[in-house]
Design a protein around this ligand. Structure first.
Ligand code: ATP
Length: 510
């Protein structure tokens, strides 16, 4: 359901109707502003989908909005070329004075998908977790490409995630897509109630429209991921979209807790929770950051090589967007720097009451007073019992000796948690709530570190690596989850570092 949507602008287009070199064969579905039809190319019968966005029947205000949406969609579609974005072959304006409902309509001729994620979810069957993970990874690829190029999708939802005949994903519906102007893009004040973030309701709509940020797409991704794993169930309760939107706002004001459906797999829960952080600055910053945190079980199927040379080149760039943040460990070509690619769990408290947290820091430990609260908070946010304040403190001491200005320029590591800046960006959290995410700020660095360590714990458990988990976590933080998984333990080259962490841990645990 869309907000601000006029009733019944959908044109009646009879089968056989000819438009832009194509023949309509039947309806596929209708949205708020137009309808999509199956069509075939007259020349050779190639399948296509034709979207018709009529403007003529609308009131002047609506007409302006409809034209604006059509203009955006046509403009973006013409520029977008990526295997995870639906391809638009042609755009045109219909001239048919004999049919006033269609005369002047904007037409987009697109590649035709088999069905949408909304159709899949409507079947009511649970999507198997591995399949869900793949679909979401592909959604993330498309979004990452858009964010990378300075666009915000603005209307990510199941109906706009299209599934091709081979099962691969394409994002569609770029009517609300907007180009970033600094940190924001501006779109008409429209959106889909179930997928707009809570801050959308309080954004003032100026002459340029509503401010939109990549974090709005990240929120929508969180909703979508929940729906995928929970058989279509929305993360917020309510029988109707408006009720769910109100529940989301109530959660954002701190009146309700986030309650994820138990069908959301363990390794996804923290990421979904973080996407749905009430504070937009606590969400992964954009889809590249999201991609860096996807659980390892989210494989990406290569899309068909069915496009031209340019498209294939763009596909390679697009794949790099996700792959680079997932697998490349900046500043650690030999694997000895802190890798920390991927997921950050948990915006949700673990449920342990503060102060009684297992592994709490003893009063006489040599941990600076100012660091104790962020360390405890970082541990509390993690549902894994092994990620304790004493472990995080021991790791910080081994990393930097608690020096907020620590620097190892030769490997590009900085700050109390020795983050590599480019990698920090994929994990960044605003621990001191100053509106910025800064690896030189101890609270930011520590909270982000806690998230990464939490995710490592989940990865190692999933792989059955549970012997001496604290040592593995210290090793994983210094290298990467992959290095530890490949070594099936602490890699040789980081043993001295891990021995230090274990020594501090023993001291703090006495
Ligand atoms: N290229 C395509 N191939 C196959 N189906 C498509 C294609 N594009 C859109 N659809 C389907 O057509 C239907 C209508 O799409 P449309 O974009 O007009 O509206 P919507 O996204 O459902 O709603 P709104 O535009 O109001 O947000 C949707 O079910 C969508 O999944």
């Amino acid at each position: 359901m869309s907000t601000g949507f006029p009733d019944g602008p959908v044109p009646e287009v009879p089968p056989g109707y000819r438009v832009a070199g194509h023949r309509i064969t039947g309806p596929i579905g209708a949205g708020g502003w137009g309808a999509v039809y199956a069509a075939v190319r007259r020349r050779d019968g190639a399948p296509a989908a034709v979207k018709i966005l009529p403007a003529a029947r609308l009131a002047p205000g609506q007409c302006r909005q409809a034209s604006e949406l059509a203009r955006r969609e046509a403009e973006f579609s013409a520029r977008a070329e990526h295997p995870r974005l639906i391809r638009t072959f042609a755009t045109a304006v219909l001239r048919d004075p004999g049919r006033p409902g269609l005369d002047g309509a904007v037409v987009l001729v697109m590649e035709r998908a088999e069905r949408s994620l909304a159709d899949l979810l409507a079947e009511g069957r649970a999507v198997p977790p591995a399949e869900g993970a793949r679909l979401l990874a592909e959604v993330c690829e498309g979004l990452a490409h858009m964010h990378r190029h300075g666009w915000v999708h603005g209307d990510l939802k199941p109906a706009n995630v299209l599934l091709m005949a081979d099962g691969s994903v394409r994002l569609a519906d770029f009517g609300l897509t907007a180009e970033l102007d600094g940190t924001h893009a501006y779109v008409p004040p429209l959106g889909t109630l179930d997928h707009v973030p809570p801050e959308w309701w309080s954004e003032r709509s100026g002459v340029r429209g509503v401010a939109l940020r990549p974090s709005a797409d990240v929120w929508a991704f969180g909703v979508l991921a929940h729906q995928v794993f929970a058989g279509g169930t929305h993360p917020f309760p309510g029988a109707a979209a408006r009720a769910r939107a109100l529940a989301a706002q109530s959660y954002a004001r701190g009146r309700e807790r986030l309650r994820l459906d138990e069908r959301v797999p363990g390794e996804w829960r923290a990421l979904v929770a973080d996407c749905l952080a009430a504070d937009r600055t606590a969400r992964p910053a954009d889809a590249a950051a999201l991609a860096a945190r996807l659980p390892a079980s989210a494989p990406v199927r290569r899309p068909w090589r069915r496009r031209g040379a340019l498209a294939v080149a763009v596909a390679a760039v697009g794949a790099l967007v996700c792959a680079a943040t997932v697998a490349v460990l900046p500043g650690s070509p030999d694997g000895t720097g802190p890798g920390r690619p991927r997921a950050v769990p948990s915006g949700t408290p673990s449920g342990s009451p503060s102060g009684t947290l297992p592994g709490a820091l003893p009063a006489d430990a040599d941990v600076p007073a100012a660091l104790r609260e962020p360390i405890a908070r970082a541990a509390r946010r993690c549902p894994e019992p092994e990620v304790t304040p004493v472990l995080l403190a021991a790791m910080l001491k081994a990393e930097s000796g608690f020096d907020p200005k620590a620097a190892r320029p030769e490997t590009g590591e900085y700050g109390i948690a020795m983050w590599t800046p480019a990698v920090f960006n994929a994990w960044a959290q605003d621990g001191d709530l100053d509106g910025r995410k800064d690896y030189m700020s101890p609270p930011d660095a520590i909270i982000s570190m806690g998230s990464y360590v939490c995710w490592l714990a989940q990865q190692f458990k999933r792989r059955g690596l549970t012997d001496d988990l604290p040592g593995l976590l210290a090793a994983g933080y210094r290298t990467s989850d992959k290095s530890v998984a490949e070594a099936r333990g602490v890699p040789e080259r980081v043993r001295p570092h891990v021995a230090k962490v274990e020594q501090y841990l023993a001291e703090y645990s006495r």
